[in-house]
Design a protein around this ligand. Structure first.
Ligand code: ATP
Ligand code: NCN
Length: 194
């Protein structure tokens, strides 16, 4: 069984994430695991962040579309380092070959600052998702490009849209739109004009 991991904050999960999961299936991965971070490394915290709600959103949607969810980072607590998660997934799922690790192109420039990144690179096949302007290939890091279209949706934009009453319905799966609405998520984000 070939396994791919998509880690993220998923605050909230959006259609860009699901497209990446689908691209992994198209690239030959049998199982795609979405892993919500407890505290995403190298990222500023979002006020009111709830790991449990982010996990609930991922769980609710991933299963419905044939993907898996792993709560290992939330159970582990602390800063979520991908190397620890890859070791956990390898032990837990016993995949054949190396785990595919999906990252958006926006993360590539800082990849050499990830914890134990050389060891991480020796354990995974890096799968690069197009995001934003096309960048020149890096020669020092090996990766395979996924076939996703550039789809400029982000969780930050969705949170800002919710907070300011702008439409976001067609940027997230319907289950997420209902979840955000029913729980009143993101509606009182500090610093965002309504
Ligand atoms: N629209 C997108 N296109 C390609 N990759 C994406 C897209 N959205 C997220 N990703 C990638 O998915 C992974 C998880 O992203 P994350 O959950 O942090 O979402 P985000 O939209 O970047 O969130 P935020 O806006 O809060 O920073 C990262 O590797 C990120 O680069
Ligand atoms: O392991 C690291 O050092 C590391 C550094 C930066 C980001 N990551 C992971 O990359 C994933 C996407 O991060 P982000 O910031 O786009 O939410 C998420 O699972 C993070 O934990 C991991």
């Amino acid at each position: 069984m070939r396994l791919a991991m998509l880690g993220g904050s998923f605050n909230p999960l959006h259609l860009g994430h699901l497209q990446l999961a689908d691209e992994c299936v198209a690239a030959g991965y049998d199982t795609v695991v979405l892993v919500p971070a407890y505290i995403a490394a190298h990222k500023d915290p979002v006020p009111g962040d709830s790991p449990e709600e982010r996990l609930a959103m991922v769980r609710m949607v991933a299963g419905a579309y044939g993907f898996e969810t792993c709560d290992c980072e939330i159970r582990r607590g602390g800063i979520s380092y991908t190397i620890d998660t890859i070791e956990y997934l390898t032990e837990h799922y016993k995949p054949s070959g190396r785990v595919g690790l999906v990252i958006g192109e926006d993360l590539l420039a800082g990849f050499h600052k990830w914890r134990r990144y050389r060891e991480l690179l020796s354990k995974v096949d890096l799968l690069l998702a197009r995001r934003g302007p096309e960048r020149t290939d890096r020669q020092d890091i090996r990766y395979t490009r996924l076939g996703n279209p550039d789809f400029p949706v982000s969780s930050t934009d969705i949170r800002e849209r919710v907070a300011s009453g702008r439409p976001y319905r067609f940027l997230v799966p319907p289950e997420i739109e209902s979840y955000i609405r029913d729980r009143g998520l993101y509606s009182k984000q500090p610093g965002v004009a309504s």
